[in-house]
Design a binder for this molecule. Structure first.
Ligand SMILES: [Zn+2]
Length: 334
């Protein structure tokens, strides 16, 4: 899960981030606009939430778009047999990945559950589609219920998530979380993360043979206890879920374990020399592998008290170091 940041300084802050970073550093809450934002907005822009105004992100221009018959999603071919399924109309900007082999395909996350991702997958492949989640926050499991075969990590967190929930889902469709129209068939009143059935429990090291392509499950807990990364070793692809994506990484919720996160990131950093592409689960689908050792350095520096810290209300603080940022629980005053 990664709900939007509500921070001061979109207009000042964005320019100081490297282009592959940030971009979800938002301005003041819509209900309490800062004087700066008011002065920069024309009346026609005031309806749009601030995260939505810079879209489409320029990085998408260089990707190969695949036309599909559903305006809620955008699809990009990011490697041979690999499609990024992007949801640009909601603040999470979630990205799910369809990875196609000669015998079957795997959908790594199923998005928000706002649009019909099963239909999108069926437009991209005729093969049987199995589902595996990078972790089971609501914004990555919304379409799980639509599929007949869903792998699950064997954790209590995964089992609890599979029961579904309503509160997190409802928060995702507040007006300031949306950019453009919801799908016509969508009913906001009944929107919830629907429960799903786990077909098979899996563990660290589990391999899935799609035919001509093998995927390896790397347990990378931290963001959640069931967070995994998915490695396509032969093709040098690493799908990182919410362990890495190019925006402030959310590490403040009770299910987050920071020690585990640091260990997981170090493990991924060690893989960088074998990789060609790193594919995260929000905002922009591709990054270069050197991002991983830099991420490992950054989170360790932050934990050692380096970098800058800005309070972010609600007991959270945004820590920034070396072009990365992390949203952590604020240090408690004893
Ligand atoms: Zn998450």
């Amino acid at each position: 899960m990664r709900k939007p940041l509500i921070l001061l300084g979109l207009f000042l802050g964005a320019a100081s981030y490297p282009s592959s970073q940030c971009l979800r550093v938002l301005s003041a809450p819509i209900s309490v606009p800062s004087a700066l934002s008011i002065s920069l907005l024309s009346s026609s822009q005031t309806e749009k939430p601030e995260w939505c105004r810079p879209l489409p992100r320029p990085e998408y221009k260089s990707l190969q778009g695949i036309p599909i018959n559903d305006p809620w999603f955008e699809v990009y071919k990011v490697a041979p047999g690999v499609f990024a399924i992007y949801e640009p109309h909601q603040a999470e900007e979630t990205i799910s990945y369809l990875i196609v082999g000669t015998k079957q395909a795997l959908l790594f996350d199923t998005g928000m559950g706002i649009g019909n991702i099963r239909k999108v997958a069926s437009q991209l492949t005729a093969r049987f589609v199995v589902v595996l989640n990078s972790h089971t926050h609501n914004d990555h499991v919304g379409g799980n219920w639509q599929f007949n075969f869903v792998y699950g990590m064997d954790t209590a967190f995964t089992r609890a998530s599979a029961k579904g929930s309503r509160e997190d889902a409802q928060a995702e469709i507040a007006p300031d979380q949306l950019c453009g129209d919801l799908p016509k068939a969508f009913n906001p009143k009944t929107y919830a993360t629907k429960p799903w059935k786990i077909s098979r429990f899996i563990h660290e090291g589990f391999k899935i043979n799609l035919g001509g392509r093998t995927l390896e499950v790397l347990s990378t807990p931290g963001h959640t206890p069931d967070a995994i990364s998915l490695l396509d070793r032969a093709n040098g692809l690493l799908f990182t879920g919410d362990t890495y994506y190019p925006a402030p990484i959310w590490l403040y919720r009770p299910e987050t374990n920071l020690d585990a996160y640091v260990n997981s990131v170090k493990r991924l950093a060690a893989l960088a020399p074998q990789l060609k592409l790193v594919l995260g689960a929000h905002n922009i689908p591709i990054a270069q592998p050197d991002v991983l050792p830099r991420l490992a350095d950054a989170i360790q520096a932050v934990r050692a008290g380096q970098g800058t810290v800005k309070p972010d209300g609600d007991g959270k603080a945004l820590h920034t170091f070396g072009g990365f940022s992390f949203l952590l629980a604020a240090a408690r005053k004893e």
